[in-house]
Design a protein around this ligand. Structure first.
Ligand code: NAP
Ligand code: ZN
Length: 359
C-alpha cells in the first residue's frame, strides 16, 4: 500500500493543500526526501500565488492529483547542501520556480531548455523519478536538485522578486525568443494580472511603447501612473479598439480565461506577432482570415529554462524590476484565491510563508 504523504520521506514538512475541486486549501503534514549529494535544502520565506495554482487547485485543467500543495514562485534561504553541490552555500538567498527536475540528457535539456524536456518534473502536482509526489511552495521547506535552483540577486526584494520565478520568466522568455524587444516597437499586453504587469515593466525596460489591453476599466490609472504603460485600451470600448486597429507590432496575451482572439489579432500591424502564454481551461478559436491576410504569427511559450531564468533575474535586478505585491498570511489564501478568480489583485499575492506557517 502507498505510504501517506507524511510517511514517505524522512524530512517532516508542513504546508497548505487543496484536497478536492472546491480548491479550498487547508493545512497538510507531509514529508520531503533527505538532502542528496546534488541537492539543496531550502527554508521557504515567500511564495507567490500564480493563477496556475488556482487552475490546479480547482482541477480546471483536469489532471490534478489531490492533495496538492501549490506554489512555484518561492524564495528562501539555503539550509543544507549536498557534497557535490557547487553553486550554493548555506545561508544564501535562492529561488525555485515551476520545475524541479528533467531528464538532463535530451536535446531540450542539452540546450538549456529543461522546461521543454518530455520528462520535466513540475514543482507540484507531478512525480519524482522514485514515484513520489511533488509538493510546492505553500510550505515551510523544500529539497531541490541544484540545477533547478536559482541564485537570487542581493538587490531584488524577496517579496517582489518571488513572482519573477514564474510570472517573470513566462513573459521574458517569449519576448526574447520571438524578437519582441526591438526598442521603439509597440507591444500590447493583454490581461493586467500577475504576468501582465511584469510584461509591462519588462517592455518598458526593453525600450518599447507599451499598451495594456484590459477588461477592467478601473486598472487604467494604475497601469499608466504606477506601472509605466504608455496607453490603456479597454476591450469593451469599441471606439478605442477601432482607433487602435493595426497599430501594434507584438502582443503578449496573458488572459487566464477563454476570450476571443480576433480583437487582438486586429490590433496587430502587418507581420505582427501574438504570443499566448495564458492557459484557459478550454481551447481558443483561431480566426484564420486576419492571420493569412496580414501575414501574422500566433505562438505560445512555456516558462523558460534554468539558464534563461537566471538571466531574467539578473536583468530584473539590473533594471529594478519586481512585481507589485500584496503580501498575505497563509490563512488568507482562500480569500486570495477567490479574489484572484475575479481579477481582483494588485498585482500578485505573495504569501509570507516564514511568518505565517505554523503547525
Ligand atoms: P492573473 O493574475 O489572474 O491575471 C490574468 C488576467 O487575465 C486578469 O488580471 C485579467 O486582466 C484577465 N482576465 C481574467 N479573466 C478574464 C476574462 N474572463 N476575460 C478577459 N480577461 C480576463 O493570472 P496570471 O497569474 O497572470 O496567469 C495568467 C494565465 O497564464 C493563467 O492562465 C496561468 O495559468 C497562465 N500561466 C502560463 C504560464 C506559461 O508558462 N505559459 C506560466 C504562468 C501562468 P484584466 O483585468 O486586465 O482584463
Ligand atoms: Zn505560475
Amino acid at each position: 500500500m502507498a505510504k501517506s504523504p507524511d510517511q514517505e520521506h524522512p524530512c517532516k514538512a508542513f504546508g497548505w493543500a487543496a484536497r478536492d475541486k472546491s480548491g479550498l486549501l487547508s493545512p497538510l503534514c507531509f514529508s520531503r526526501r533527505e538532502n542528496g549529494d546534488e541537492d539543496v535544502t531550502i527554508k521557504i520565506l515567500f511564495c507567490g500565488v500564480c493563477h496556475s495554482d488556482l487552475h490546479v487547485a480547482k482541477n480546471e485543467w483536469g489532471f490534478t492529483n489531490y492533495p496538492v500543495v501549490p506554489g512555484h514562485e518561492m524564495v528562501g534561504t539555503v539550509m543544507k547542501v549536498g557534497s557535490d553541490v557547487k553553486k550554493f552555500k548555506v545561508g544564501e538567498r535562492v529561488g525555485v520556480g515551476v520545475i524541479v527536475g528533467s531528464c538532463k540528457k535530451c536535446e531540450s535539456c542539452q540546450q538549456d531548455l529543461e522546461n521543454y524536456c518530455p520528462q520535466t518534473i513540475f514543482t507540484y502536482n507531478s512525480h519524482y523519478t522514485d514515484g513520489t509526489k511533488t509538493y510546492g511552495g505553500y510550505s515551510d521547506m523544500i529539497v531541490v536538485d541544484e540545477r533547478y535552483v536559482l541564485r537570487f540577486p542581493d538587490n531584488l526584494p524577496l517579496e517582489g522578486g518571488a513572482p519573477l520565478l514564474c510570472a517573470g520568466i513566462t513573459v521574458y522568455s517569449p519576448m526574447k525568443y520571438y524578437g519582441m524587444t526591438e526598442p521603439g516597437k509597440h507591444l500590447g499586453v493583454a490581461g493586467l494580472g500577475g504576468l501582465g504587469h511584469v510584461a509591462v515593466k519588462m517592455g518598458k525596460a526593453f525600450g518599447l511603447k507599451v499598451t495594456v489591453i484590459s477588461s477592467s476599466p478601473k486598472k487604467e490609472t494604475e497601469a499608466i501612473e504606477r506601472l509605466g504603460a504608455d496607453s490603456f485600451l479597454v476591450t469593451s470600448d469599441p471606439a478605442k479598439m477601432k482607433a487602435a486597429l493595426g497599430t501594434m507590432d507584438y502582443i503578449i496575451d496573458t488572459v487566464s480565461a477563454v476570450h476571443p482572439l480576433l480583437p487582438l489579432l486586429s490590433l496587430l500591424k502587418l507581420n505582427g506577432k501574438l504570443v499566448t502564454v495564458g492557459l484557459p481551461d478550454k481551447p481558443l478559436e483561431l480566426p484564420i482570415f486576419p492571420l493569412v491576410l496580414g501575414r501574422k504569427l500566433v505562438g505560445g511559450s512555456d516558462i523558460g529554462g534554468m539558464k534563461e531564468t537566471q538571466e531574467m533575474l539578473d536583468f530584473c535586478a539590473k533594471h529594478g524590476i519586481a512585481a507589485d505585491v500584496e503580501v498575505i498570511q497563509m490563512d488568507y489564501i482562500n480569500t486570495a484565491m477567490e479574489r484572484l478568480a475575479k481579477s481582483d489583485v494588485r498585482y500578485r499575492f505573495v504569501i509570507d510563508v516564514a511568518s505565517s506557517l505554523s503547525q
